[in-house]
Design a protein around this ligand. Structure first.
Ligand code: 8Y4
Length: 282
């Protein structure tokens, strides 16, 4: 029912797929600088591909609540070498891996697509100056995520009258803006943005009402892996959130999400296999 096209490749979304997360951000336990980041990220790329990720989401800007902004030069230096590595190793046409660039900056979008990225994942839904025009020009699929506020302030008591209505209204506006800029409707994915300007209750309301978003007839991408909506509910530290994340991924897939953005690729694939085997007999 949904098929994404980019460059010479196509991606069949008739069954849910796993997008593995590749963070290229300096971690506080390492002071090895840019090279340590690069080597660790490439090793992570290899691991996620071996686990069966169909898409890799490569990002160099931390969007954690309260995180500082990253300069253009730093973001480019982090992500471009990793995209080049993954593209030359895994992104052959046909059954290849898809590479997604997680960025809001138009310059990073352009450099990433030029280096081999196949799609854009923008938590700011192409709202930065020039992003809409750049995405239209690059002619690759784009994921529009809903966020209320900006990372630095988004968790300061977010309020909604009707969350699914507000998220839908936001998508109405952004899809129209995309199409006015020349982006094909078939190149758009939607993501409710779990944890981005939402309380625990808001996140579960959105998960419960995910099917309302099918009114757009666009593929839904979701990311809830290891997030606070799991940790806060279960009172679990970030390293102890696998079971909760898998439960959330299964529910989202059953509600019709087509791409699941996760840290734990092998485990999520197992869950989806059990779901698919069951659905094949229903
Ligand atoms: C542990 C590790 C706990 C990371 C939380 C996190 C989404 C996204 C992010 C999402 C789309 C994150 C870039 C936040 N979340 N893109 N990006 N959808 N499309 N936090 O939900 O993973 S970063």
């Amino acid at each position: 029912m949904f098929e994404l096209k980019s460059k010479n490749k196509s991606l069949d979304l008739s069954a849910p797929l796993v997008m593995g997360i590749v963070n290229v951000t300096p971690d506080s336990f390492s002071d090895g600088g840019q090279f340590a980041n690069f080597d660790a990220a490439c090793a992570h790329v290899d691991k996620l591909v071996a686990q069966g990720a169909k898409i890799l989401d490569i990002g160099g800007e931390s969007t954690r609540p309260g995180a500082a902004e990253v300069s253009l030069a730093d973001e480019l230096a982090r992500v471009i070498p990793v995209i080049e590595y993954a593209a030359q190793k895994y992104a052959g046409t046909g059954g290849g891996i898809w590479l997604s660039i997680d960025t809001s900056k138009p310059e990073v979008m352009a450099a990433a697509v030029n280096a081999g990225a196949d799609m854009i994942n923008d938590v700011r839904a192409l709202q930065l100056p020039g992003a809409l025009e750049m995405a239209a020009n690059l002619n690759v699929p784009v994921c529009l995520m809903h966020m209320k506020g900006e990372p630095k302030d988004m968790q300061e008591a977010p309020e909604y009258q009707d969350i699914i209505q507000e998220v839908s209204d936001f998508f109405d506006v952004r899809v129209d803006a995309c199409m006015a800029a020349g982006i094909e409707r078939g190149n758009i994915l939607l993501d409710p943005g779990f944890g981005f300007g939402k309380t625990l209750e808001h996140n579960y309301q959105l998960l419960a009402q995910l099917p309302a978003l099918h009114a757009f007839h666009l593929p839904i991408l979701i990311g809830l892996s290891r997030k606070r909506m799991i940790g806060e509910l279960l009172q679990r530290d970030v390293t102890e959130r696998l079971a909760g994340s898998l439960a959330g991924a299964l529910i989202a897939a059953q509600q019709g999400a087509r791409i699941l953005r996760v840290h734990d690729v092998a485990e999520t694939r197992d869950v989806l296999s059990v779901m698919s085997a069951t659905m094949a007999c229903s």
